[in-house]
Write a protein that binds this ligand. Structure first.
Ligand code: ZN
Ligand code: ZN
Ligand code: ZN
Ligand code: ZN
Ligand code: ZN
Length: 349
């Protein structure tokens, strides 16, 4: 059965072919008009067909080009605002489902500005912006202007000891500003040579700017004392200076006495004894081999042994007069010494 069917099909095909070939060759096609069998769309081609009038099984087909979109005008479908983009759309005249859209840029605000707070020298101001279109507002800081000061003027001149003062005034707001110039400080020169005054030995220095004077009381180191109700008593000396200046006062109390043996056997070359010292004790300067000069005041009592064995002692500087020296009747000094008194010098016999 299957074999029979196959043979039958082959026979039918063979016959049809023979008939067809015979027919084709028997006439010239006489085609009718082209008719659209598949419509072209905007994007796909269509087909048109024509049929032979002599044999309707004879057909010819050809493509019809795609039509392409035919868009209308752009129309706004979403309006742009100051801050958001809009949309415009156009529709194909062939098919309303064919649409194209494109954005419309946001318009941006149309600001109008007005100063709502004036800036001053020291405080910020404010500028307010209002959109003419949508009413949106925003503010911006107007920076403080800063003072516009005049030049500095001297209110108080600076000196060595007192601060100076400068002032300037803002030409806008009259604000005053002051600047202190620190006191210059004195510019002292070198110390003067020491000199005696009121029982103290003093040196001075002068300020080259203002003439101010500073003083320093000079003492010698290494002097030891005992303290009594009346004042201080020099008991011994261990300092290295061979030229000793005794202070007139110590801790607010006078130095009143040089005790026995205080300087004995020392290397002392000179000593200045202040007016506050009223007594010099036994052997106080005994055996001071190098002692050459003594400065002392009228009124001091000296025991006879105080200045024994001072072979180099040559000069005594005495604050009183010759008469006062003589009234004291000092017996402790060797002959040949020169005593320089306030009214002249004498030599001890
Ligand atoms: Zn034909
Ligand atoms: Zn279209
Ligand atoms: Zn706006
Ligand atoms: Zn100002
Ligand atoms: Zn000065």
């Amino acid at each position: 059965m299957k074999k029979f069917t196959t043979i039958l099909a082959a026979a039918i095909i063979a016959i049809t072919c023979v008939i067809g070939l015979a027919a084709c060759k028997s006439h010239t096609h006489d085609y009718g008009e082209w008719t659209v069998t598949t419509e072209a769309t905007c994007t796909t081609a269509g087909i048109e067909t024509r049929i032979c009038k002599s044999d309707a099984s004879h057909k010819e087909t050809r493509a019809i080009s795609a039509k392409g979109h035919d868009y209308g005008e752009w129309t706004v479908t979403t309006t742009a605002t100051c801050e958001t983009a809009g949309v415009e759309t156009r529709i194909c005249k062939h098919d309303a489902t064919h649409k194209e859209t494109r954005p419309i840029a946001a318009l941006g605000h149309d600001w109008d500005e007005i100063v709502t707070i004036e800036a001053t020298c020291e405080t910020d101001g404010e500028m307010t912006f209002t959109c003419q279109v949508c009413g949106e507002t925003r503010t911006e800081v107007i920076p403080a202007l800063g003072h516009n000061f005049s030049k500095w003027e001297t209110v108080t001149e600076v000196t060595c000891e007192d601060d100076g003062l400068l002032k300037r005034v803002c030409v806008i707001c009259q604000e005053e500003e002051f600047e202190i110039i620190p006191a210059l400080g004195h510019a002292y020169g070198d110390w003067t040579e020491p000199f005696e005054r009121d029982g103290y030995f003093i040196r001075q220095a002068f300020c080259s700017n203002c003439g101010h004077i500073i003083e320093e009381i000079l003492y010698s180191d290494g002097i030891e004392y005992d303290e009594s109700d009346e004042g201080f008593i020099v008991t011994s000396y261990w300092g290295t200076s061979v030229n000793v200046i005794l202070p007139a006062y110590k801790d607010g109390k006078p130095v009143i006495e040089i005790r026995w043996f205080a300087f004995h056997y020392s290397n002392l070359e000179s000593i200045i004894i202040p007016e506050t010292v009223v007594h010099i004790g036994e052997y106080a300067f005994d055996n001071c081999q190098y002692l050459t000069s003594i400065t002392m005041h009228n009124g001091v009592t000296i025991v006879d042994s105080a200045f024994g064995n001072n072979s180099n002692l040559t000069d005594i500087f005495f604050s009183g007069t010759i008469e006062e020296w003589q009234n004291n009747d000092y017996l402790c000094f060797n002959s040949g010494l020169t005593v320089h008194c306030s009214d002249g010098a004498i030599i001890i016999d």
